[in-house]
Design a protein. Structure first.
Length: 450
């Protein structure tokens, strides 16, 4: 039996244990700034440790979980596990989740094509352990349909999702209604998992063995022929998510409710409006009711505040949300080069679910408003906790954040499986020319509250 298989049996028997929220509640007040601007004391935050994932051939990893799924990994190593980070209970151990797998973009005849160099790759939940300066894979669970087939990471619907192509962008790859572009992760008290996905966007409930129990999607998505139950339980306005910018952040509140973050402003009424907007959305979901119970408007800071020198508003994203108490979150605002964590409280008076701002027909749309508050929109108040861009040594493209204790955060970056965009990502033999970016878990110590 392979070591991966034995590890998988171990993870199936494990019990969900999270960091007590009373311990990490202080993170929401650890910053010294008021409003969206920092006072400068956040710069006292510092890195206390960093650990890197070693090279694990993607084919070896994948085929140990589901034999025969990856015929040729094209020299790609395991990566992409930096989509999120969730405490696994023991010191230094975390649950992570891969995204849809190695993918990139290549221009053909002046148009970008989305490539899937390893189309057989199946997204997986991966348990890791930080040991010294190394990140080690403890166990892994492949995501499967009701019948045990791999879900894959391929796009779902022609005309809605980007068309998938081979590594060189010359050959079409088949769409898959089961495919998931997994991002955020949380573990429930019963040992099952919750994930979010960018395609639908969707919320996915996964058993402790990795089987998709149910996928919640926006009303009107009409996803057909999936190998697991699909329920249209999310607001239809989410159908207007920007391509590849669906749900990315996921948090589990103390009572069990989930909070999902749409990565970017919706394309309402069109793509141009979404690209220029600084207003994103958070949604609260009740697993007991199997329904969205609240929706909130979240306002980004100006892009040059988040990332000095950047002037493209569309680069703003939410990649992580972290529960730090009852109705309290840390929300990560980022570009690929910088990130800041803001503390927010989910106030019921800020709920816009079912209001005109929750309708795709409203004009001007929420996304078109230059000043939502002036138009009567109850935008969530926020306060800066830490500017990670001011902390020397924090890697680029931080997508996962976890609270370790009252003053310490664990961060993980998305290394995109070592891939770059462009035809030069692979050599003449179709083997990956690795970017050299490693998956790293970084611990950041925050300054004491003053």
């Amino acid at each position: 039996m392979s070591p991966h298989a034995s590890r998988r049996r171990h993870v199936r028997r494990s019990v969900a244990i999270g960091i007590p929220l009373a311990v990490v509640a202080g993170l929401a007040v650890a910053g010294t700034a008021t409003g969206s601007q920092a006072s400068g004391n956040h710069k006292q935050a510092r890195i206390t440790a960093a650990a890197t994932l070693g090279d694990i051939p993607l084919g070896v990893f994948s085929n140990a979980l589901l034999p025969g799924t990856v015929r040729d990994d094209r020299g790609v190593d395991l990566g992409g596990i930096g989509s999120d980070l969730y405490p696994a209970g023991r010191k230094g151990e975390f649950w992570t989740v891969t995204d849809r797998g190695p993918n990139g973009q290549i221009k053909v005849d002046g148009k970008k094509r989305r490539t899937f160099p390893v189309p057989g790759f199946d997204p997986a939940i991966v348990k890791i352990r930080v040991s010294g300066d190394k990140v080690k894979v403890v166990s892994a669970l492949p995501l499967t349909t009701s019948s045990g087939r791999p879900v894959t990471g391929l796009p779902n619907q022609e005309g809605r999702d980007e068309a998938p192509y081979s590594y060189d962008a010359r050959t079409s790859v088949t769409y898959d209604p089961n495919g998931l572009d997994t991002e955020g992760i949380a573990r429930a008290a019963d040992g099952s998992f919750w994930l979010v996905d960018e395609y639908g966007p969707s919320l996915i409930h996964v058993s402790a063995r990795g089987k998709v129990l149910k996928r919640y999607v926006p009303q009107g998505l009409k996803l057909r022929d999936a190998g697991y139950p699909v329920v249209e339980a999310l607001p239809g306005v989410l159908l207007h998510r920007k391509t590849n910018r669906g749900f990315e952040g996921l948090a589990q509140l103390p009572g069990g409710d989930l909070v999902m973050a749409v990565q970017s402003p919706l394309s309402l009424p069109d793509e141009d409006a979404g690209e220029a907007s600084r207003t994103a959305r958070l949604l609260r979901f009740s697993p007991k009711k199997q329904a969205v119970t609240a929706e909130y408007a979240y306002r980004f800071d100006a892009v040059d505040i988040v990332d000095p020198g950047e002037d493209d508003t569309s680069e703003l994203k939410i990649s992580s949300v972290v529960a730090v108490g009852r109705d309290r979150l840390l929300v990560q605002e980022r570009t690929d080069k910088a990130a800041r964590l803001q503390a927010v409280t989910l106030n019921h008076r800020a709920d816009i679910l079912g209001s005109k701002w929750d309708r795709a027909t409203t004009r001007p749309s929420l996304e078109q408003l230059d000043d939502p508050t002036a138009s009567g929109v109850p935008v969530l108040a926020k306060r800066l906790v830490v500017d990670l861009g001011a902390v020397n040594g924090v890697p680029d493209k931080i997508e996962g954040v976890a609270a370790v204790d009252g003053r310490t955060l664990a961060l993980i970056n998305d290394n995109d499986f070592g891939m770059r965009d462009g035809a030069e990502a692979f050599d003449k033999n179709g083997r990956l020319v690795d970017s050299g970016v490693e998956t790293t878990v970084t611990y950041v110590r925050l300054p004491r509250k003053r």
